[in-house]
Design a protein around this ligand. Structure first.
Ligand code: GLU
Length: 306
């Protein structure tokens, strides 16, 4: 890696993958995502010494959407440790991220914390223990990226209004006794997490604690025990990229998490954190150009864990 010139490699990758964005389509269930500029593109890396490399719109903020699920999971594991797995499983779903059928068949226990139902259960666990769960997730993110981060109130409200399936999932879990606080509180927390805004550069920094055995490499602060960092990485690798987790494991070979705004974070254990952003999504909901960028970066920098 030391001999690899990321300053040269990142623009090369950007030039190669950016045209692929035309094959994708940005999410359209809320105006803020439908109106996103499809030509935005960024790729950023941050290694464990803090050295950063970036190309494109790396300092433009966007809603992190489902990427927040990694950090709400982290916070829940801080609070309850492995007891969390009594409330949510850790198997890939093989079904859409907002599937209700699976939740019915599994009697209200979501397949994993990277799909919506699992994230709603995680919000519930946090609500039982913190006064302001989404505020605490934002504080964690802010600490990890070393800068204040924002929240887009319009997106938060739009998520709440458009969240019929998510609300239905929360009610279903409640009916099965796997939601202990109110559906309204869970939905409000969840919408707040979707609406956190960050940049590609900030996300590449924030994910590094997972590449560093659970310790924030900048401050030396232990975020989670090493064993839990391994487990979060395992869940990301197997469940973090919607129905394409197998394909991502094959092509990228790293723990990754996608969000519907077109960002994908990944970490290479012992090496670096990274993030790619391009709003148009492929059929499974992953950023078309962002996924291709991580594929090329992992190949060229030999980052795969396999
Ligand atoms: N706000 C989205 C939803 O709950 C998040 C989806 C995502 O980024 O995967 O539908």
């Amino acid at each position: 890696m030391r001999t690899l010139d990321l300053d040269a490699l990142l623009p090369e990758i950007a030039a190669q993958v950016q045209p692929l964005a035309r094959q994708g389509q940005q999410a359209d269930y809320i105006p803020a995502l439908a109106d996103a500029d499809p030509n935005r593109f960024a790729l950023a890396t941050c290694d464990l010494t803090g050295a950063e490399h970036a190309v494109g719109d790396a300092d433009v903020p966007f809603a992190i959407q489902s990427i927040a699920k990694v950090f709400s999971l982290t916070l829940a594991l801080q609070h309850v440790g492995e007891d969390l797995w009594k409330r949510v499983d850790r198997e890939p779903s093989g079904d859409p991220f907002n599937s209700l059928i699976q939740l019915e068949l599994d009697e209200g226990v979501p397949r994993n914390p990277m799909i919506n139902a699992g994230a709603l259960a995680v919000c519930d666990v946090l609500l039982e223990r913190c006064d302001d769960p989404d505020g605490e997730v934002r504080a964690l993110l802010s600490e990890l990226c070393g800068e204040p981060i924002g929240i887009d109130d319009e997106i938060r409200e739009a998520e709440r209004r458009a969240g019929h399936r998510n609300t239905a999932m929360a009610h279903l879990m409640s009916a099965f006794g796997n939601l202990h606080t109110s559906v309204e509180a869970v939905m409000s927390t969840y919408a707040g997490l979707c609406a956190v805004t960050m940049t590609t550069r900030q996300l590449a920094r924030a994910i590094r604690f997972l590449a560093n055995g659970g310790v924030d490499p900048k401050t030396g602060h232990r975020v989670v025990p090493e064993a839990l960092a391994r487990r979060i990485n395992a869940v990301m690798l197997t469940c973090g990229t919607y129905d394409s987790a197998g394909q991502f494991a094959y092509e990228v070979g790293l723990p990754c998490k996608s969000g519907v705004a077109g960002a994908i974070v990944a970490d290479a254990p012992g090496r670096l954190g990274m993030c790619a952003w391009s709003p148009p999504l492929d059929a499974s909901g992953n950023s078309r150009a962002g996924g291709a960028a991580l594929h090329l970066l992992a190949e060229r920098a030999k980052l795969s864990v396999f």
